[in-house]
Structures are given as structure tokens and as C-alpha cells.
Design a protein around this ligand. Sequence first.
Ligand code: PMP
Length: 292
Amino acid sequence: MPLEDANVNISTHALNYGTGCFEGIRAYWNGETEQLYILKGLEHYKRFVNSCRILKITCPYTAEELLAYTKQILEKNNYREDVYIRPLAFKAARVIKVTLSGLRDEVAIFTVAMGDYVKTEGLSAVVSNWQRIADNIIPSRAKVTGAYINAALANDAATADGYDEALMLSVDGQLSEASSSNFFMVRDNVLITTPVTSDILEGVTRRAVIQLAKDLGIAYDVRPIDRTELYIADEIFLAGTGAQIASITSVDRRQVGTGETGPITRQLQELYYRAVRGMDERYADWVTPVYA
Ligand code: PMP
């Protein structure tokens, strides 16, 4: 149906209490092959189904079925440009009761053409004084709609203070992730990211970057990261569907490394941007072509 007609009532549970979960998926247009590629659709939908389980939302479709529907939506819209895909599952009941049980659920998917990209080079970041929600406060590994208040508070404060991004510490004071992307740094040629138990969203791009690092022979480590490591890192970048691979060149107004996008970040970016547009055979299984 037209997006304008896909509405909910103001008494919808999810609108009042934030009881929904969602995904953010990209489809990349390749003008040379005239093909639109859904990036890591199945991985996103597996996380979506898991988010539903955590929130006790009944999702009557498998990840494979959701991907097939997504392909149909893109095909019907006949997109010839990059697209953002937003699956959403939510407590649709019009009930005033704070619970997760006994409520009717709905699942929807909408798509929008993707305009200009977010900045991917030379971002300035600040360590936010908003802490990242812990798993036993609001599940951080589920992509919960209501939880994005946490990200919005951190991002809004960072922007108001003149920074591009907020880096968030977990309640134990160690690095968690950025407001809507995962964190990577390079120290002494080793790529380092935080473990899935650092109250992060288990990012699809994070896993992709780790795979690229392995394939490129870059040493990597997954371990807790302290705040002061940010001040001595050689390179820092963020990884996410929206952010893609975005270099951070200052943290708390301190220059990171040389102040330019570093060589390991650059190497990963180049390979990533080829893979997502179906331009590298080795990563053919990352993408689902939309058109026959
Ligand atoms: N963390 C948060 C809080 C996010 O919202 C996102 C974006 N979905 C990410 C990390 C990155 O995840 P992904 O690579 O799967 O997009």
C-alpha cells in the first residue's frame, strides 16, 4: 500500500510505550550491472526475529520469508537508486497496560529511496555523559524502538555541542558503541572492537568488518576497551548500516592518530564499498540481487 496510507491509531501500544523492534537494511544500486543488491538481508532478518523473541512479539514469518517479501517490495517499486529498508514489528493492540503479553502484534516493512549519504570521513566524536543502556535495563542486543531515546539523547547532545557523533560508555565505564553504530579502533596495527557483551547491538556491519579484516590479513582482537585508549588509538572508525565505515579523526577534541583517515580504515572501506555493490565475487553471498 502507499506509505501515506500505512498508519496506526494514537492509542497503539507501541506508540505509547515504545514496544516495538525494527531493522535498518540498505539496498545498493549498481548502475553498471543495472542491479539492486540487498545487503546482508538474511542476517538483518535473523536479528529482527531475535528482537521479536526478546520482546515477546509474535512474528509469523521466518527470516527467509521476510527477505523474499522485501525483494518483492523493491521490485514492485522498481527502484534504480540506493534504498533504505525499514522492517518494524510492534505491539499493535490499542490497550492501556504496561505489559508485553496478551497484546496483538503487527509486522510491517517500508522502504524509502536513500538520498545523500551521511559523512563517512573525518568525523569528530565526543564521549557522551549519557551511558549506553545495559542489557538488563533495556536489552541492548535487541533493536528496540523505545531504546532509541538513549541514542537520541546522546546524539542530540553531541550535535548541540558541535560534534558529529557520540561515543557511549556502558554503566561499568567501558566503551560500548556509538549512538547508532559499532566502534572499532586500531592500536599498533591491531584492529580492536568491543565484545557482544559490552551492551552493544550485535552489528551486521561489525561482523562484516571482522570478516574483511580476516581476509585482508589484518590482525584483530575483540576485547573490552577503556576510555583512555581512545586518546592513544592510531585509528578509529564506526561501522553500521547507516554509518557504513566512517572514520573518526578526533575524540573529545583530541586528534586521533595523524588526524586523517588511517590506512587500515581506508583498506577496509575500499573493500567494503565494492562488496556492497556486488562488485567483488568473493562477497557474492553478502548481497541478494533484486531484479531477475
Ligand atoms: N548499534 C546501534 C545502536 C545501531 O542502531 C546500529 C544500527 N543498526 C548499529 C550498532 C550497527 O548495526 P548494523 O551494522 O547491523 O547496522
